[in-house]
Design a protein around this ligand. Structure first.
Ligand SMILES: Cc1cc2nc3c(=O)[nH]c(=O)nc-3n(C[C@H](O)[C@H](O)[C@H](O)COP(=O)(O)OP(=O)(O)OC[C@H]3O[C@@H](n4cnc5c(N)ncnc54)[C@H](O)[C@@H]3O)c2cc1C
Length: 376
C-alpha cells in the first residue's frame, strides 16, 4: 500500500472502520493482543507515523500521530494504546537509534514500547531502581519492570536504568525482548485496555552491547522529558478523546434506535437524555480544543507548550471518565451489557488517569508550574 502524508487519513479511516472495529469486542472479551488490527496498521504503513521519510516512515509528527491514535481509540482502546507506546518508542529510536532499527520501527516490523515503570519506583518513572553495570565489555541489566505494554509482542524495549557511571536519574537502552534473562510475567488481566498486554518484565543479568545505549549515560531523564513526555501526553490525551468520540457516537445511535412502547418516543426525544448528550458533546469538544492548542503550542514552540502538555493529559483523562459515566447513564440497563459497546469504553477510559504522569502527579506539576515553583 503506498501510504503518504497526503492519503494516510483516508487509509486510516478504511482500517479503523473495518478491521479494527470488527475485532475490538473480541480483543476485549478475550484479553487478547490485537494482532489482526496491528497487522492491518503495519500493512497500511501507519506504524511509521512518527518515523522520518528517509527511513521509510510517514514523517507526520505529533499532529498526525495524534489523529491516528484518536481515530483508532474510537473503535478499540487496546489497539490505540499499543500504537501509542510504539510511537513513543519509535520517537526515541528516531533520535538515538541506528539507521537499521529506525527503518525496522518505521515499517512496524519492529514493534516498539517503553519499559520505564518499575515495582520499586512505581509511577515515579523518572527515577528507576534497575541497574546497568559494565562487565567484560558488556552491559549487564537487572530490573523489575512493572508494566510494559506489548510486553510479549514488542521486538525490543526502550528501557530505563540507573546511570552506568554518570550523574543523573537514568540512562536508556534498547533491550531485545527475546534476550537471555528477560522474563515476561503475563498474561495481562486488566479491567480495561484488556488487549494491550501490559505485563511485568523481569531482567536478571541481561547482557546488551554498549551500542545498545540510547543517548548519553545519565541523560535518560532529558530524553524522557524532551522526547517522550510531549508525545506520550498528547497521544494518551488523543486516546481519551477518541474514547469520548466513540461514546458520543454509540450513545446517539442508541438514543435514536430505542423507543418506549407506552409513549412511542425514542430515548433521544426525551429532553433529559438530549441534555446529557449535549453535555457529553461539550466536554468532548473542550478536551479536543485543548489538545489541538497543545499541538499548536508545541509546533510554534510557544512558551506555554510544556504547561499545555501537562494540562492536556489531565484534562482528557478526567473528562473521558465524566463522558463515559454519562454514556453509561444515558444508555441505561442496555449499557450494563455489551450490546451498546459503551461499557468497554468506560473501562478503557479509566486507564489514562493512572498512567504516569498520573492525573494526580499532573495536577501537582501544573500547580507548581502556575505558582512558579520548580517541577522536580
Ligand atoms: C494499561 C496500562 C499500560 C501501561 N503501560 C506502560 C508501559 O508501556 N510502560 C511503562 O513504563 N509503564 C506503563 N504503565 C505504568 C504506568 O505508567 C504507571 O507507572 C502505573 O500505572 C502506576 O501504577 P502504580 O500502582 O505503580 O502507582 P503508584 O505510584 O503506586 O500510585 C498510586 C496513586 O498515588 C498517586 N501518586 C503517586 N505518586 C504521586 C505524586 N508524586 N504526587 C501525587 N500523587 C501521586 C497516583 O496518582 C496514584 O493515584 C501502564 C499502566 C497501565 C494502567
Amino acid at each position: 500500500m503506498n501510504t503518504t502524508a497526503a492519503n494516510y487519513a483516508e487509509i486510516l479511516e478504511q482500517v479503523a472502520s473495518t478491521t479494527i472495529a470488527q475485532n475490538a469486542a473480541q480483543v476485549d472479551q478475550e484479553g487478547a493482543f490485537p494482532q489482526v488490527s496491528i497487522a492491518a496498521l503495519r500493512e497500511a504503513g501507519l506504524l511509521g507515523a512518527v518515523s522520518a521519510t528517509e527511513v521509510g516512515g510517514l514523517g507526520l509528527g505529533i499532529q498526525g500521530a495524534a489523529r491516528i491514535v484518536r481515530r483508532i481509540a474510537e473503535e478499540c482502546g487496546s489497539t490505540a494504546m499499543v500504537v501509542t507506546m510504539h510511537y513513543c518508542g519509535a520517537a526515541v529510536l528516531e533520535a538515538h537509534g541506528s539507521m537499521e532499527v529506525r527503518r525496522a520501527a518505521a515499517s512496524g516490523e519492529h514493534l516498539s514500547t517503553l519499559a520505564f515503570s518499575e515495582s520499586g519506583s512505581r509511577s515515579h518513572f523518572w527515577a528507576p531502581n534497575g541497574t546497568a553495570e559494565t562487565q567484560n565489555g558488556h552491559i549487564v541489566l537487572n530490573a523489575s519492570k512493572s508494566w510494559v505494554t506489548s510486553a510479549s509482542h514488542a521486538a525490543a524495549y526502550v528501557w530505563s536504568s540507573k546511570p552506568l557511571a554518570a550523574e543523573g536519574f537514568s540512562t536508556l537502552w534498547l533491550v531485545p525482548a527475546t534476550g537471555s534473562g528477560i522474563a515476561v510475567k503475563g498474561p495481562f488481566h486488566g479491567m480495561g485496555l484488556r488487549g494491550n498486554d501490559s505485563s511485568p518484565v523481569m531482567a536478571e543479568g541481561v547482557n546488551v552491547p554498549p551500542g545498545a545505549q540510547l543517548g548519553e549515560d545519565g541523560k535518560g531523564f532529558d530524553i524522557m522529558m524532551g522526547v517522550v513526555l510531549p508525545l506520550f501526553n498528547v497521544l494518551i490525551a488523543s486516546c481519551s478523546n477518541g474514547l469520548m468520540a466513540g461514546a458520543v457516537r454509540r450513545t446517539v445511535a442508541h438514543a435514536a434506535a430505542v423507543r418506549h412502547s407506552d409513549t412511542g418516543s425514542s430515548l433521544g426525544e426525551l429532553p433529559t437524555i438530549r441534555n446529557y448528550i449535549a453535555r457529553m458533546q461539550v466536554k468532548s469538544s473542550m478536551a479536543d480544543a485543548l489538545l489541538q492548542d497543545t499541538i499548536a503550542a508545541l509546533g510554534a514552540q510557544r512558551a506555554d507548550g510544556m504547561l499545555r502538555v501537562l494540562e492536556c493529559k489531565a484534562a482528557s483523562g478526567e473528562t473521558s471518565n465524566e463522558v463515559l459515566d454519562i454514556a453509561m447513564r444515558v444508555c441505561g440497563g442496555a449499557a450494563f451489557r455489551k450490546e451498546v459497546g459503551v461499557e468497554r469504553l468506560f473501562r478503557d477510559a479509566r486507564a489514562a488517569g493512572v498512567m504516569s504522569p498520573t492525573t494526580d502527579q499532573l495536577y501537582d506539576f501544573i500547580g507548581k508550574a502556575v505558582c512558579g515553583m520548580p517541577l522536580f
